[in-house]
Design a protein. Structure first.
Length: 301
């Protein structure tokens, strides 16, 4: 049997997207539809006949009836737990290398840790390839990962141990590789070395310096090394890590009330955040927030 399909020219493009009224209800003529106005109703009888003819020709016996199509179910996406990513909440006990047994973090040796930090793990992979440290008056190392001088200020010892042991367990999307550690002692040694990089500062001295509140906040931001992750200002010295929020004009973008809640406990605002809780006092919160509020876009458009 031969079927003849007829195409009728329909041109209603001039009315696409326009709103009309049909009695009391508004009607919008949709775009890119096969029939673009109510004129399609004139062709209903023709289509009814066609459907009747096709239905008569397409008969099947029970044996010939096509099997129902099996639609594969899509598995639910894996849920990533961020619970152990933040030092402001209780972490699970440290997992050691022996079949997941629990282990205490041993005392570390900074000298051995420095050697491990500088070790070439193969194909040029080493800590300084991604991370920078401030030594002898200059920054050395890469800029892919956070600067590490104040990492022991930002993160707890237990958090660092879990992260160094296997960063992918805590944050599957991380670009940091899993190193072939021989045991807990090596990780403890690396942490001991990281503690020697810490740039000590007198928080009370900063808070009682008598400087304007914004300047006190700026000194605290520098002391806590917020630029290990965040860009603040312009130029290479101001650059943080790509992917973390740029704070250069944060005062023009974020309300102080929201920022206060965030600085007080980022995890409470967004449980998925990778930003640590610094445990700021009320005075520190006020000063840091005042400094960030001052970072505004001052150019006229």
């Amino acid at each position: 049997m031969t079927f003849i399909f007829m195409q009728f020219p329909l041109n209603n493009s001039a009315h696409e997207g326009k709103q009309f009224t049909n009695g009391e209800e508004p009607m919008i003529i949709p775009k890119r539809q096969a029939f673009r106005s109510l004129s399609w109703m004139a062709y209903v009888p023709l289509f009814a006949v066609g459907i009747f003819v096709l239905a008569g020709c397409a008969t099947y016996s029970e044996e010939e009836a096509p099997a129902p199509v099996q639609v594969a179910s899509t598995p639910a996406p894996a849920v990533v737990s961020f619970d152990d990513m933040h030092p402001s909440i209780r972490l699970a006990p440290v997992a050691g290398p022996l079949g997941g047994e629990l282990a205490d973090i041993p005392a570390g040796d900074a000298k051995r840790g420095e050697a491990l930090f500088q070790k070439d793990w193969g194909e040029g992979v080493q800590c300084l390839q991604c991370h920078s440290v401030f030594q002898d008056g200059e920054f050395i190392g890469g800029e892919t990962g956070p600067a590490l001088n104040q990492v022991t200020v930002r993160r707890s010892k237990q958090w660092l141990f879990n992260w160094i042991w296997d960063p992918t367990e805590m944050f599957p999307q991380t670009g940091m590789p899993v190193f072939d550690w021989k045991g807990d002692q090596e990780i403890a040694d690396v942490i001991a070395f990281l503690e020697t990089l810490k740039l000590d500062f007198d928080k009370d001295k900063i808070l009682t310096s008598g400087k304007p509140l914004e300047k006190v906040g700026e000194d605290l931001v520098k002391a806590y090394d917020c630029q290990a992750c965040h860009t603040i200002g312009e130029g290479d010295d101001a650059r943080g890590i790509f992917g973390y929020p740029d704070l250069t004009y944060v005062g023009s973008k974020i309300r102080p009330e929201w920022r206060h809640a965030w600085l007080e406990n980022p995890q409470k605002v967004d449980p998925r955040t990778f930003m640590p809780s610094f445990g700021f006092s009320d005075k520190e919160l006020e000063a840091v927030n005042a400094y960030l509020t001052s970072l505004k876009w001052d150019r006229k458009i």
